[in-house]
Design a protein. Sequence first.
Length: 373
Amino acid sequence: MKRLADERGAVLYLVALLMTVFLGIAAMAVDYGIWFVARSEAQRAAEAGAHAGAGVLMLASGDEASAREEAEQFAELNFVRGVTPDVFPDEDIDVIVDSQKVRVRVQRSTARSNPLGTIFARVMGVETVDIGAAAAAQAWPGIAAECILPFAVPDRWDEWDESIPGFRPSEIGDVFDTGVDFYDPGPGGTGYEWQDIGQIIQITSADPGDAPMPGWYYPIALPGLRGASDYRAAIRDCWAPSGEHQLGDEVDKEPGNMVGPTRQGFRDIFTDPNERNQTWSDELGWPVHSDGTPVSIDSRRIRPIVMFDPTLWEDIGMGRSTVPITNFAGMWLESWDGNNNVTARWLNYTAVQPAEDWEDASGSLLRMLRIVE
């Protein structure tokens, strides 16, 4: 009975038992740590792919195929625990053109024959685990732009009489008339829509005393701009001192007609050998080089431009010293007539500030990338 009551050595058994438990927990912690890192790497790969795909839509809003290809390529540039994840474009990538969104799923799984191996969990019969992540990026509406051309053009208007041909920016002579036309800016503060991407517009100098036509521009004096030489430089290049402009801001009108400097600024652009051989791609909704590659947004021929409420034309044309900004749009300068007239096309453009809400600003032609899921 004394031997049965003797507790000497019991602590040793208890320590051995607890050590086994502690080692098991530590072993599982190691595996869980590896799984956590792998999950983070998969998330990074998904976000990289989503960003890249949405970036394509930001510059070429209808190019679903290129968005899918770019998303796949950039997702697979990222390793998940040293292994390139297989991203299947048709299964793992969603391209939603209407909302300018790209969603990417990244997996290392048994179904893909690349699950993540375990280390200590093998003791418990768990040799592999599946790891996955998903992310979505969107070309989000923006509210501010930089490097704007020193022009302000009237925003798009509509006809009261639906039997009359609609807004005709490609024609000279479609004059704003309050008796037959009205202005409804819609979401984002512009009458233009995504369907207008690629729309030709004839840009020509305005007559301050007459009602505007769609492409009539009024010269504006950007902050830091002084005189004709600076104005010409602001047409030719990004005018750095002008900084950032937001919706609702007002920009100063240029007091002179600037006919000569405007012509010289266009000449500087169109005689630049680096700016030649660009054509419009209806498929991409974006200009391309002669080899079919998209033109960089840094091109001198791609710039944002200020739009204003056309109902204010009398104030702006005759007396007002400032122009209120209703919105911005990107513009690609397609051709120049050697004088003051340019044929251009609307396109979406990169913003420098996001709108707070998609619905309230979805009509804006400014866009910036954002992870939304």
